[in-house]
Design a protein around this ligand. Sequence first.
Ligand SMILES: [Zn+2]
Length: 431
Amino acid sequence: MAKERGKGGAGGLAAELYAQIARIPCINSHSHLVSEAERLAEPLDALSFFNHAYPLADLVAAGMSREALDRAFDPAMPLADRWQIFAPYWRYTRLTGYSQCILEGFADLLGFGELSAATIEPLSEAIRAHRRPGLYREVLSRRAGIEVSVVNMEDLVEVDREFFLPLPRLNRFSMLRSADQIRHIERDYGAAIGGLRDHVGLIDRVCGQWRTAGVAGIKLSQSYHRRMDFRRREFAAAEAVFAGLLKGEYPGLDTPAGAVLEDYLVFECCRAATEAGLAIQFHQGIRAGNHGGMEGCSPVPLIELLQHFRDARFDLSHAGYPYLREGAVLGKTFANVYLNMSWIHIISPQGARQDLQEWLRMVPFNKIIAFGDDLRHVEAVYGHLKMARWNFAVALAGMIEEGLLAEADALEVAQAAFYDNPARLYGVYRA
Ligand SMILES: [Zn+2]
């Protein structure tokens, strides 16, 4: 990336655009950052950054065994020995977006341009040295220019509002696996649930409370276990399954009866969130990890739900990757659908550029959300955002050179996608 930016021609224009885009504050639409206090308590070294779902998945795909991973990430072992185990797989994974965003962070924030046998020790030393209070203000606010990060969580927990906006999930209310789950919800929310009406009433109450608490929206992650083909179900049919669940007579979530109940509850979650004025973020695209199914990736099966809730704000996080053209048709034809590029810039940096170019001549650009880190460490978040800005700069520069776009249009697009659109979607209006 650094080399690309040094080139003349398109590289020159892209570099100019990059410099301007980097000045636009970013609303980070999807994050798993932990609090600064939690981060400072972690004894990280350079290799620990790869002990994260995304780079781990690349290492596994490259053939690294569970046993080798355990040893490479065992802090009790000498770092030099761990590097020996890691290096043969790093050779093949170092070019992927998941690796590159970490390297970008290491290069800019810590001054190490490569990860190698020679740098692993001094780099780890530098990571330890910058582990001090103020890290988040320095990296997220000052260096990255992130105004706020929408952070995923299960139930609502308070976050440091200087950096974060909470995005709690309604997963536990909508993906029911046992009667125990209902007992835990009753305990955690001080509610009595005797039937489906009580359960739906609680979903309404929770959405109202979350709205009052100033959340960015609600999250649903059904695509990790099924196709997104939610159908409108009759109350009586869903109620019968729910009553069975409470009696311990429930065949399970991934059964026809489980689907009846889940479909009904997803509709009710979307209704309750919309009535509370909250955006609905669906995980919509590839699954994290290895050897996963892809049946939940496509956003097309969502159509019945999208047609039903015309007034909702549906935020398709990951935009259906790799089914981006399907997502694009939804963004083009449904006023209630937003295409969120979170994670895409590192799943496939090249894919992100192509999609952006296609979308801009297909989808109204007030529907495009430029960035969401989907990561855990500020160094990788910084690197990911740098890659996203660079992807925008390259894609937009290419369109300018083709005569499809004026430079002023390009900056208007970037301002909308990195800031204005997510601000409107999540109700972020800061003084
Ligand atoms: Zn995520």
